[in-house]
Structures are given as C-alpha cells and as structure tokens.
Design a protein around this ligand. Structure first.
Ligand SMILES: Nc1ncnc2c1ncn2[C@@H]1O[C@H](COP(=O)(O)OP(=O)(O)O)[C@@H](O)[C@H]1O
Ligand SMILES: [Mg+2]
Length: 261
C-alpha cells in the first residue's frame, strides 16, 4: 500500500545571517505516515519543525529530497494538505463562516457545496450559532476551532498542525485537545502534528518522531500503542504513559544538554 505521506532524504539549508554561506536546518529526514495515522514531531525550539511542516505543505521548498503525498510529489501548496497554524491566521475582515469557506472559494466550489461544507464543519467544531461573528468577537479557543474547520473544510488527505494549542491558556488548551481528539476519532485523518509538549504528543499520537537540533534530524521514532479511544485522565494515570514520558524526557534533555554545551 502507498503511504499517505512520505518524506524522502530531505535536506534544508537556509542562508546564514551574514549572507555569506548556508547552514543546515534539516538533515536527511526520512519517514512515512500511513493513511489515518497520527504522527507527532517533537523537538527543541529551532530544530526545524515548522520548516519541515511548511515544506510538506509546499509553502517552502526542500534543498534536496522529496515529499510524496499519496504517490504524487509535492511541488506547491494545494488542497490535498491542510495547514493549521499556531497563531490561527484568520482573516479579521471575514466572519467565521467566510473564513471556513475561504479555501473552497479559492478552489472554485459552487455556493451550494460551500454552504453544505460550512454547516458540517461548524457542527463538527461546535461553532454553530457563531457563523456570523468576526474573529475579534470570539475567544482564542474558538478562533482556533475556526482554523481547524477551515483546514478540514477542504477534506485534505493530510492535516498539518503546527503547535495548534500553543497560543491558548491551559484550560482552553485541554478542552480543545479533547475535542480535536474526538473529531479525529470520528473522522480519522492522516495527521502531522508539531508540538514541544510531551503529554500532548503521547495523548494524540500513533507514533512520535523525536527531533534533535543543530542540525535538525530525527533521533528516534517512538511508537505509542495506548488503546483508543483515549481518555486523557485514564491515559495519564497509566504505566505506559509514565514510561513513554520518561523516555521522551531523556531523549529531549540529552538534546538540550548538547545545545547548552
Ligand atoms: N526563512 C528563513 N530564513 C533563514 N533561516 C530560517 C528561516 N526560517 C527558519 N529559519 C531558521 O531555521 C531554523 C529552524 O526554524 P524553525 O523551523 O522555525 O524551528 P522550530 O519550528 O523547530 O522552532 C532556525 O534556526 C531558524 O532561525
Ligand atoms: Mg516552530
């Protein structure tokens, strides 16, 4: 079976600040994600997680290497990959529903189809009744629901999320985590999820790719075989959770020590 997503021998260099040379940001990154699999990327700040997600989306090009999405090489952004940003990135002059259907408009879907999808998405993320509000009139948690609805509206083959809960307070974060988890249980989606939160990575993932820094590269793949559906409280109290967490912590703290050295 063709994997939903395949990253092959990916290298990325950026120009150094003095503009005189290049530095390696990502080195020899290789992994696949199967259809419906939830894969997290975890690693210290600056290890290239956002860059990798942007390359998978097509917003950024690789220096060398390939991204294959369901057998087709990714060259530029298209509706087969949906992206959810940390800072929501909503259009302030568009209402909730207008933000959700933005990608459908760009794609040229007719009005009937746009409205059908909008209704489904509003219902899915629990925002029915707020469709005519503007982003500044709703909370951060609700804004991120719009961001997620906008990405899912296009029914992407792969969902890419870059620290989607990072800008939210602890309680909103927890609530949204549970809701997103429930949404993905109902409608499994191949997902690539960037976080630096170990608990979040374990809670959501089938597999966690642990990144090291300078240069960014995968140092270990950690499989999470906790049964689904997962209840946040039960999971956190389990022996397997504690073991995974200790293991991730050891890997990441070793990387941080290298950073400090
Ligand atoms: N457009 C760019 N030009 C030059 N350097 C960049 C650019 N984008 C990111 N970088 C550098 O690449 C490295 C990885 O950044 P990033 O992907 O944002 O890391 P992370 O998301 O893991 O924190 C950092 O050193 C950052 O400064
Ligand atoms: Mg980042």
């Amino acid at each position: 079976m063709v994997p939903a997503l395949e990253v092959r021998s990916l290298y990325k260099q950026f120009p150094t600040q003095d503009g005189e040379g290049f530095h390696d940001v990502l080195v020899d990154v290789n992994f696949t994600a199967e259809a419906g699999e939830f894969v997290s990327l975890i690693g210290p700040s600056g290890c290239g997680k956002t860059t990798l997600l942007r390359i998978v989306h097509g917003l950024e090009t690789a220096t060398t290497g390939e991204i294959i999405c369901n057998g087709m090489e990714v060259k530029k952004p298209d509706h087969r990959r949906g992206l959810v940003f940390q800072h929501f990135n909503l259009f302030p002059w568009r209402t909730v529903v207008e933000n959700i259907i933005y990608g459908l408009e760009v794609r040229g879907d007719d009005r009937g189809r746009r409205m059908d999808r909008a209704r489904l998405m509003l219902d899915l993320v629990g925002l029915s009744g707020f469709e005519n509000h503007y982003p500044h009139e709703i909370s951060g948690g609700m804004q991120q629901r719009v961001g997620i609805a906008r990405a899912l509206a296009l029914d992407p083959e792969v969902l890419l999320m870059d620290e989607p809960f990072g800008a939210l307070d602890a309680i909103t974060r927890e609530k949204l985590q549970r809701d997103i988890s429930a949404i993905l249980e109902r409608q499994p989606k191949t997902t690539l999820f960037v976080t630096h939160n170990m608990d979040e990575a374990i809670y959501f993932s089938d597999r966690i790719l642990v990144f090291g820094t300078r240069p960014g590269r995968i140092i270990e793949e950690v499989k999470v075989s906790l049964p689904r559906p997962r209840q946040a409280d039960t999971i956190r109290a389990s022996q397997e959770f504690a073991e995974l967490r200790t293991h991730l912590w050891q890997l990441l703290s070793k990387e941080m020590q290298r950073e400090d050295a």
